[in-house]
Write a protein that binds this ligand. Structure first.
Ligand SMILES: [Zn+2]
Ligand SMILES: [Zn+2]
Length: 151
């Protein structure tokens, strides 16, 4: 089940239209996502070509690791996306926080990664999700965690 969803930042200076949005998303508890979001990144992957931005002059990016960048709105500071910049198996596609959608209902959290880095003070409801520890992520994503920090 995929659908089109619109969304944007807190102040409205940056908007997007996303097509073919999967209804399944993942949580990342890695130390970088934890700091970036203040909790965990709840992100859905949008394929290249399925995402159109408006107000992109208000988007700033930082190369947060050797292999990925993170973006935010320069007017209001809303975190906008995570994207693998290193060419290879994991490149292509943009990880959008589901909280950016105007209507984020009807989606299901299907995985949690870096589960062993999740703060012990909270847990998401529901069960049956795929979970990966940091070690399992390193094994799966290889070079993507060479600095040990996370995804
Ligand atoms: Zn904004
Ligand atoms: Zn992460």
């Amino acid at each position: 089940m995929v659908k089109n969803r619109d969304g944007g930042c807190m102040c409205g200076a940056v908007r997007f239209a996303a097509r073919n949005v999967p209804d399944r998303f993942g949580a990342c508890h890695c130390p970088m996502c934890r700091r970036w979001t203040g909790s965990a990144l709840l992100g859905v992957t949008i394929k290249d070509g399925d995402l159109d931005w408006q107000g992109s002059e208000n988007i700033a990016t930082v190369q947060s690791t050797d292999w990925a960048e993170r973006a935010w709105c320069t007017k209001c500071g809303t975190n906008l996306y995570f994207r693998v910049t290193l060419e290879g198996e994991w490149s292509g596609g943009t990880e959008l926080p589901i909280g950016l959608f105007d209507d984020p209902r009807g989606m299901e959290m299907s995985s949690e990664i870096y589960i062993d880095h999740k703060p012990d003070s909270f847990a998401y409801a529901g069960e049956g999700r795929t979970t990966l520890t940091r070690a399992q992520c390193v094994e799966k994503f290889g070079v993507l965690d060479s600095d040990g920090n996370g995804a």
